[in-house]
Design a binder for this molecule. Structure first.
Ligand SMILES: *Cc1c(COP(=O)(O)O)cnc(C)c1O
Length: 227
């Protein structure tokens, strides 16, 4: 299988899952997760219509950034406060904000670049202790605190389902996250515009879409197994 075929297959699956949830493929944004993937493969994907790339490490994003033109970059992995300065002028969306501390630093760096940084709050929906992300019980509190940061805009939520969970379990977790998303959207917080629900990876994106995801992050399904 090559990258072009993989993208075609993923797009068909997105289309069908979107229809099952009363939407169309246009409602779903596909992020190609390019961690460990070489630039030639990324360019091939870009020629097949991919215009959003996700990296989980700051260093890798920064080194690839000048090599790709006309694409949007997404930071999807855990972000340390001391690394924010390297990506402040490069990323369209940071998916992994899970503390006031890192949000404050993003706000500060955005201000110095005269921009407003779009972010998602990462939720640890399964409550696994090994996972990054804010716990469900702390989510509203964090969102309330983020309202005071004028140079970030909270655009939605991101979550990662546990590896190996069965379909029923996945459905429960994704629906749970969608409900949190809808609740917060209804509250009309300052600086909070709940429009993006980033959930779903190669093994679970169809279920995620059926449960309301409108942004999915696919690595293996596009580029094959990582080295
Ligand atoms: C690696 C990664 C993905 C993509 O995983 P695949 O299973 O290869 O599709 C998505 N989201 C995050 C946060 C990741 O780190």
């Amino acid at each position: 299988m090559n990258i072009a075929d993989n993208i075609k297959i993923i797009n068909e699956k997105i289309e069908r899952a979107a229809m099952r949830s009363g939407r169309t493929a246009k409602d779903i944004t596909l992020i190609a997760v390019s961690k460990t993937v070489d630039i030639d493969s990324m360019r091939l994907a870009a020629r097949c219509g991919i215009d959003n790339f996700g990296e989980n490490r700051v260093q890798e994003l920064v080194s690839k950034y000048p090599l790709m033109e006309n694409v949007n970059w997404h930071l999807i992995g855990h972000l340390q406060t001391n690394k924010v300065k390297y990506i402040a002028d490069k990323v369209s969306l940071i998916h992994s904000v899970d503390s006031l501390k890192v949000a404050k630093e993003i706000d500060l760096r955005a201000k110095s670049k005269n921009k407003c940084q779009d972010i998602l709050v990462e939720v640890n929906i399964s409550g696994e202790p090994t996972k990054f992300g804010v716990g469900k019980e702390d989510l509203t509190g964090l969102i309330e605190e983020l309202q005071s940061l004028e140079n970030i805009r909270v655009c939605g939520l991101m979550t990662i389902a546990p590896f190996g969970a069965d379909k029923d379990e996945l459905k429960k977790l994704f629906e749970n996250c969608n409900n949190l998303f809808i609740d917060i959207r209804g509250k009309k917080y300052h600086n909070v515009f709940m429009s993006i629900l980033s959930m779903g990876m190669t093994n679970d994106f169809e279920t995620a879409i059926e449960c309301g995801a409108n942004m999915i992050r696919i690595g293996t399904g596009i580029f094959g197994n990582r080295k």
